[in-house]
Ligand binder design. Structure first.
Ligand SMILES: O=C[C@H](O)[C@H](O)[C@H](O)COP(=O)(O)O
Length: 264
């Protein structure tokens, strides 16, 4: 997982075969120690609300990250306590596989279960139309495969994730994608001092910097990014989420295609 989450859109491109991915736990949130507990508590609350939708016998998509961790642990607790049974999960990363196994969730894969009943995962940014930016922990490709195969995809966030996709200026130009008004970089200026971020699938994560914010139709931008030779996938999850559970200090809200409900 990445050590820091820049406020950018990420995409994955293949890395050279000699590089291998390090599987690490999710990064700590970039907030002060005093705030850490309350933000983590919000993540836990959102995750537990989502797990209320899990039923015995379901095939689950198991998300990646510090918010999804609470969902995995909760599902494990319910399985151990007997409140849930016959649940199997498809992990969206090596990290999720390890965490789910530790929680006692039986694992499967998309070959065995090509249709997933319910996926639960965090996000880096959520817009009012339930579009997401994901992948700042590097798991966007497997996440999109599993969550795209899901009947329901419930996103769990604290309210710091409610952003429009704003993009952030960047200065470390490696690949210019002029047609989408963005610059991309896998490295800083001092390449020797930084390890490129390599995913579970041995792809590089490249940060895309939209200098003037993301302007235009997101689906067209998505198509354009995917047409760039070498791009495997990007972190915009458009039209995949069926609902978003947002934990705020003043309560929990759910966003879905009918609007926003309070007090769920
Ligand atoms: O690659 C990482 C995943 O897309 C995560 O679900 C996303 O980064 C949100 O992670 P967290 O819940 O730790 O903020």
């Amino acid at each position: 997982m990445n050590a820091a989450y820049p406020r950018t859109l990420d995409m994955a491109i293949p890395s050279p075969p000699l590089l291998h991915a390090a599987v690490a736990p999710p990064p700590p949130p970039m907030i002060s120690a005093a705030d850490a507990l309350s933000q983590d508590e919000l993540k836990r609350i959102a995750a537990h609300r989502a797990v209320e939708q899990v039923e015995s016998g379901m095939v689950l998509g198991l998300g990646t990250g510090s918010t999804a961790a609470h969902a995995l642990d909760r599902i494990g607790d319910l399985l151990r306590g007997g409140a849930l049974r016959d649940v199997v999960g498809i992990p969206t990363s090596e990290w999720a596989a390890a965490r789910a196994a530790a929680a006692g969730i039986p694992l499967t894969n998309l070959n065995v279960h090509p249709v997933v009943d319910l996926s639960i995962d965090g996000a880096d940014e959520v817009d009012p139309f339930l579009n997401l930016v994901k992948g700042r922990g590097g798991s966007l490709l497997r996440e999109k495969m599993v969550e795209g195969a899901s009947r329901r995809f419930v996103v769990i966030v604290d309210d710091s994730k409610l952003n429009l996709f704003d993009g952030t200026p960047g200065f470390n130009l490696k690949l210019r994608t002029a047609s989408i008004n963005a610059k991309a970089s896998a490295f800083t200026e001092k390449e020797s001092e930084i390890e490129p971020f390599v995913t579970d699938n041995k792809n590089y994560i490249v940060d895309l910097f939209f200098e003037n914010g993301i302007i235009g139709d997101l689906n067209s931008i998505s198509d354009e990014i995917l047409r760039i030779t070498g791009v495997v996938e990007h972190g915009m999850f458009l039209g995949l989420a069926t609902s978003v559970i947002v934990a705020r200090k003043d309560g929990v809200v759910m966003m879905d295609n009918k609007g926003i409900s309070n007090g769920i």
